[in-house]
Design a protein. Structure first.
Length: 266
């Protein structure tokens, strides 16, 4: 059963931001995106919409373009054609302020990418203090609250090497949340974890979803996708083969490629 999320209050008005975006429009809009690496075409015309407060899970075999897609949303990978807009801002605009975009779009990777010589608290504080130049005292207060939110009270002064993989991944989630993003991207965040620590990371993501955070997840965790997602997208060979609400998608897949994939992983 999908997790129950806190109802988001409907806006009393829909003021436009500087890009003409209003909250009743998709927060993330991907339209006909193509991306190649040399002669290898990885994305072959991908389109999807993500509305504020939605949780989208992208599933599919390795090499199907899932990770490339969400890296394109965060402007880590430039697209060849098509459009990607986040709150109306064109991600492929050569004049894009990437720092401003990444304040809106947090990302957590398969590898934790923590600074090994910094404590958990320092890792969470670094970007707001050193990049955004925010007040250190206020950032520390927020960082401690975020570490408590991901159930790492008492680990503030621990270094990454003293933490389990699941704990390090939760520090990485807290670090992304410290930038106060509007949407979170998760790229196979449990793939490098042992089975005992996968659950603690998934619980953290589930809690974010329940609080109304907009999330886009690339995942192989089918049970979790069924439970937490509003919408499932299945990709194969650079295309979105099929998509739909989890109950319908898992119970009654239409495409033969989807059926074959689910038959192997369920």
């Amino acid at each position: 059963m999908p997790c129950r999320r806190r109802a988001l209050a409907a806006p009393t008005s829909t003021p436009e931001n500087e890009f003409g975006w209003t909250p009743d429009q998709p927060l993330v809009r991907v339209v006909d995106v193509h991306k190649s690496f040399g002669s290898l075409e990885v994305l072959k015309g991908v389109s999807l919409d993500v509305r504020k407060g939605e949780v989208i899970c992208i599933i599919g075999p390795s090499g199907s373009g899932k990770s490339t897609l969400i890296r394109c949303i965060n402007a880590l990978v430039p697209i060849d054609s098509g459009t990607i807009r986040v709150e109306g801002q064109e991600v492929n605009d050569p004049k894009l302020d990437k720092l401003a975009l990444r304040r809106k779009v947090g990302m957590v990777f398969q590898q934790y990418n923590l600074f090994p010589h910094r404590t958990a608290l320092q890792n969470v504080m670094m970007a707001p203090v050193h990049v955004l130049k925010q007040n250190r005292k206020e950032v520390e207060e927020r960082a401690r609250a975020l570490l408590a939110k991901v159930r790492l009270q008492g680990k503030e002064n621990a270094y990454p090497g003293q933490l389990s993989g699941g704990q390090q991944q939760r520090v990485a989630i807290a670090r992304s949340l410290a930038m106060k993003p509007d949407v979170m991207l998760f790229d196979e965040v449990t793939a490098a974890l042992d089975p005992e620590t996968v659950k603690e990371v998934l619980v953290t993501i589930r809690e974010l979803a329940e609080e109304g955070m907009t999330c886009i997840l690339v995942t192989h965790e089918m049970g979790f996708a069924r439970e937490v997602a509003d919408h499932i997208y299945f990709t194969d060979k650079g295309l979105i083969v099929e998509h739909g609400p989890p109950a319908e998608f898992f119970a009654n897949p239409k495409d033969e490629r989807t059926k074959a994939f689910l038959g192997q992983v369920l």
